[in-house]
Design a protein around this ligand. Structure first.
Ligand code: PEP
Ligand code: MG
Length: 537
């Protein structure tokens, strides 16, 4: 038994035989051509056929992974119609009297190199796309079929790299998982794998000798186990069984409303930390995103993410949710969430220290960059913003001034944005107690019970020794929650919960009785809560 680790792309477990996938290289031979205009029309015919194939692939992908994720095939069609690309092919044919295959191969290589050398990660990743479209045209010119047949039995694909078109063309029934040596978390192949919910690992040192061997792909940890022993096999068969049980539950509850038997409705949303959690949001049929912990974008970097970098992630989340609500929480750095480049001082009491909105209001350049990115993304769907660790009305007023400045700058730059609901997290006793006053200033409340419990009970949530004292059902916390909901409703706004307590199934009925309007939990908890909601009178 041997274990290898890589970067996990999509969770789940697959057990099966490995198929080492080697792309069939198109042989391109340089030939001298006499009738150049005939060769150009040969290219045109092949290109049009490729565009037609991509149109079919787009339709297939829309059904399997949704419109937004299928767009890569639209982009491929557009690349084939790009003037620079076509000019390069025509010029090579006309000036060097070469065959169309050769002209396309050279053009593809050149463009792939140009993209590959770009700084921007998005454009860098397009290098494989331009190679992919060129290969498709060459295959057509060579008269070779472009469909990707994997195997007659279901297998784990191990490959150097996979192009988006190869991934989507693979027969889902035959594809248990995939493992590649290349590939990034941002590549469309990775996005498609997540959307297709295929366990996947990239960035692994692969070996051709694995071909035909039995293996386990643990997409939860990014581990590949070759020739597992019996105990390991048993363990993973059990995990698979649990996954199947969960999925069965998922299937029966998917598409159902979050409504009690007597007709009380509640919004059941998902908590996420990054766009990589989106597949799970869709799989678990969340009605929206109730907490996007944006600080994770900052924690995985060595320096501040730029406005553009943030915008891309927010836009991807918003577009994937296709009109459903996405509540982005502004940066909640500090305390246990530290990033060296913020250069925060070491503090005696970090949980009660310089964190979250306190950093944003004293370092407005960081705050404004994030707000601009969120507002720009709001043009692509339904976005709400909420602010963490609020304790006073003064903070809300300061936030409003900064938000107005950001909007004015966007107006000046003629950058579109949508109507953005403004909310605050209620996670300090101070905010809960003055929630009647705060409710007049904002559009919604989201109760962060993790911190609200920590501050109400004076118990450091990081201190494992105090776990027995950290009573999240403490009457003081539950009374504060009720107070917040009542004050919200008196002012005509809505209130939700996004702390871990929201996933406590023993409290679901109580939250409904309290009048909670929304519960936001990690994606995997959505369907068990939906089940309870639908059984409550
Ligand atoms: C909370 O405090 O309940 C909350 C949702 O925020 P976090 O857990 O990120 O502090
Ligand atoms: Mg919190």
């Amino acid at each position: 038994m041997e274990k290898y680790s890589g970067k996990k792309i999509c969770s789940g477990v697959a057990i099966g035989k490995i198929k080492f996938y080697v792309k069939e290289e198109n042989q391109v031979i340089r030939k001298k051509i006499i009738n150049l205009e005939d060769e150009i029309s040969r290219y045109e015919t092949a290109k049009n056929k490729a565009i037609e194939e991509l149109g079919k692939l787009y339709q297939k992908a829309v059904k399997e992974v949704g419109e937004v994720n299928a767009q890569i095939f639209d982009i491929h069609s557009m690349m084939l119609e790009d003037d620079d690309y076509n000019e390069s092919v025509y010029n090579l044919i006309r000036t060097q009297s070469v065959n169309a295959e050769y002209a396309v191969a050279i053009t593809g290589d050149n463009f792939a190199q140009i993209f590959g050398n770009m700084e921007d990660e998005y454009f860098k990743a397009r290098s494989i796309d331009v190679k992919d479209i060129s290969e498709r045209v060459i295959s057509i010119l060579n008269g070779v079929a472009t469909n990707t047949k994997i195997s007659d039995e279901a297998v784990i694909i191990v490959a150097e790299d996979l192009a988006p078109s190869e991934t989507v063309q693979m027969d889902k029934e035959k594809l248990l998982a995939f493992v590649t040596r290349l590939g990034s978390a941002n590549s469309h192949t990775a996005i498609l794998a997540r959307m297709m919910t295929i366990p996947a690992i990239v960035d692994m040192d692969i070996k051709e000798e694995w071909d035909g061997q039995t293996a386990i792909v643990d997409g939860y940890s990014g581990t590949l186990i070759i020739s597992p022993d019996e105990d390991t096999l048993d363990k993973y068969v059990r995990i698979q069984q649990e996954d199947i049980e969960k999925r069965t539950l998922l299937e029966t509850l998917k598409g159902k409303e979050d409504i009690t038997l007597s007709g009380q409705k509640i919004n059941l949303y998902a908590n996420i930390g990054n766009s990589t959690d989106l597949a799970s949001v869709l799989q678990n049929d969340a009605s929206g995103i109730g907490l996007f912990r944006s600080e994770f974008l900052f924690l995985e970097k060595d320096d501040f993410p730029t406005e553009e970098e943030q915008f891309k992630v927010y836009k991807q989340v918003v577009e994937t949710l296709a009109g459903k609500k996405v509540i982005i929480r502004t940066l909640d750095i500090g305390a246990d969430k530290q990033a060296a480049y913020f250069k925060l001082d070491k503090e005696e009491n970090p949980a009660m220290g310089y964190r979250a909105i306190r950093i944003c209001l004293t370092r407005p350049e960081i705050f404004k960059t994030q707000l601009r990115a969120i507002y720009r993304a709001s043009a692509y769907g339904t976005v709400s913003i909420m602010y963490p660790m609020i304790i006073s009305i003064k903070e809300v007023h300061k936030i409003k001034i900064i938000v107005e400045e950001v909007k004015a700058e966007l107006d000046k730059d003629k950058i579109p944005y949508g109507a953005v609901e403004q909310g605050i997290m209620i996670e300090t006793p101070a905010a809960a107690i003055i929630s009647d006053i705060l409710a007049k200033e904002v559009d919604f409340f989201s109760i962060g019970t993790n911190d609200l419990t920590q501050y109400t009970l004076a118990i450091d949530r990081q201190n494992a020794k105090l776990d027995d004292f950290y009573d999240s059902h403490h009457e003081a916390v539950l009374r504060l929650i009720q107070l917040v909901i009542d004050n919200a409703h008196n002012a005509g706004i809505w209130a939700g919960i996004c702390g871990e307590l929201g996933a406590d199934l023993t409290l679901t009925q109580r939250f409904l009785e309290m009048g909670m309007d929304e519960i936001s939990v990690s994606p995997g908890c959505i369907l068990p809560i939906r089940k309870i909601i639908r059984e409550i009178e």
